[in-house]
Write a protein that binds this ligand. Sequence first.
Ligand SMILES: *[C@@H]1O[C@H](CO)[C@@H](O)[C@H](O)[C@H]1NC(C)=O
Length: 414
Amino acid sequence: MTDFATIYKLSLITCFIQACSSSCPVLECWFVQEKAGRGGGLTGATTQEKSLLLIRTDAERQSDESQQEPSDINPDRVYFSGCALFYLHLCGSVCVFKDSGLSPVYLQAEWFSSAFQGLNDQLSVSTITRAPTGSKEHSVILSVTSKTVLVKARLGEPVLLDCSFWVNPSSPLSGSGFAVEWRYQFRGRGRLVLAYDGKTDRLADAQEEGATLDFEAVHETGNASLIMQEAKVRHSGTYICTVYLPHLLAQVALDLEIEEPPSLSIHPSPLPLAVPGQTVVIQCEASGFAPLPVEFKWEVKGADGKSRPLDSFSVTGHRQAWDGTFSQSSRLELHTSKLDLGRGGEVTCVAVHAGGTRRTSVTLNVIGFSSPSIEDSMAMVGVALVLYGLIKFVSWTFSSSGSDEADKQEKVIL
Ligand SMILES: *[C@@H]1O[C@H](CO)[C@@H](O)[C@H](O)[C@H]1NC(C)=O
């Protein structure tokens, strides 16, 4: 286990079996659960509850349903399972039961299930180890690893959820078949994404569209990564990769977050001209984003080039579209008299979102403003000069032609 020197041991050793050969065992387990507010890692608080796992064949189950249940255990924490179906609730569990194929000596050992998590939250390993009875020397029989414990993807992107497994080649369990199962969990609801039986090379029917495995890689390198063609909002949640060997299973959990930043649009755009003292109303709509929330901010940049925050805005409730994305808008009331903006400025709507910050701007023009700008003064001087020139020219033309006429008349008279 020296490979795991940098890996913490999470408090998840759940069930173990002392010995199990001729009959299906009753497993005493601790149901270990992190308290609400995931992501606390090793410092996160946990709850522990004693639980039982009764492993039986279907026939046994029908005949003695209520037998062997001690009164000090919450009935909700009593699990029944045929080995092959036992999954999920116990975070990484071991399951050994009577079966004809294997040497009972091999199964009469101590089996442990352990879960490890990397410090950087990007590695998760779950192992099944075995120690021959009376020995303290454990060897890893099955390990399942994920290097993408937290995956973030944009809408429509292909997604790869990493999961690979290793089976100890010296174990009799190696080469006797495996199965890979991917399950999805979100807020207590679950569904099967994909189940693949490596022995028969068959996929279960209840397969989610657009999800697949690289079947060659599964057999050659134990690469059981889930490939999803196109990320959708409803794909956000926890994915559990479980690898089954004939008597064992191990699993790792990964979180997928679909994060799509908003697209912004501003109304009206362009803004109509404003007169000094007018209150201008501007709407900014953030759409197509996931997940919630989005935070709005407004800024204005005047002629001096400095941005100032504006706080006279409100935010509407959010709406959800058919594809699961959200939209929400903000309404700004801009009081031109309260702001020393002169002829206007640039008004910017900012939407801060986990997937990225987006901004969009619109130009505000205030007309009829009292103190003219330098450009205006220059223009006025220019116009004045032109007018002056024109007047001079006209008066010169008139006065000279007038005197010619007078001369002629004088000559006629003379
Ligand atoms: C596993 O397979 C996927 C899909 O082919 C690939 O992208 C990924 O790099 C593989 N992982 C490893 C560790 O080889």
